[in-house]
Design a protein around this ligand. Structure first.
Ligand code: AMP
Ligand code: ZN
Length: 142
């Protein structure tokens, strides 16, 4: 898939917009997120322009995720975070603001390091039958 001329990340890959490059090969590019939610916050992107995970085929997904362990290991070696969150915001409601697939690698240092996802559990709202029904529907759509 070719570059999208309106896409800021395609422009970063092409060098038209500067970036703090962490890693590059023929399929994947990684660079520091300008917002640095925590120190070392890195974005990993496919060179192919795909909007988000919904548009992503298995080849692009494999290439992209294959590079994640070594980049995470390098972040761990560099800054010794206590953990890393890996996430991909998909769709505006989920916080996606740049519509070229990207994985955020967010090193975690402590509870007040700048990243604070709220994880609300609803265990009591779903019976095992409810879970089976939900799983079944998703499964049928794969
Ligand atoms: P998302 O909101 O998940 O789509 O993430 C997009 C990310 O791209 C945000 O965290 C921005 O800080 C980051 N970003 C936008 N423009 C640039 C840029 N020119 N260089 C580095 N990061 C950028
Ligand atoms: Zn793009």
């Amino acid at each position: 898939m070719s570059a999208n001329e309106d896409c800021i990340f395609c422009k970063i890959i092409d060098g038209e917009i500067p970036s703090a490059k962490v890693y590059e090969d023929e399929d994947v590019y990684a660079f520091l997120d300008i917002s640095q939610v925590t120190k070392g916050h890195t974005l990993v992107i496919p060179k192919a322009h795909v909007k988000n995970i919904y548009q992503t085929d298995e080849d692009i997904a494999s290439q992209l995720f294959a590079r994640v362990p070594k980049i995470c290991q390098a972040i761990e070696k560099s800054f010794k975070p206590k953990g890393i969150n890996i996430l991909s915001n998909t769709g505006e409601l989920a916080g996606q603001s740049v519509f070229h697939l990207h994985l955020h690698l967010i090193p975690r240092y402590d509870q007040t390091d700048g990243f604070n996802p709220k994880w609300v559990t609803h265990n009591d709202d779903y019976s095992s039958e409810d879970l089976a029904e939900i799983a079944n529907l998703i499964s049928q759509n794969i």
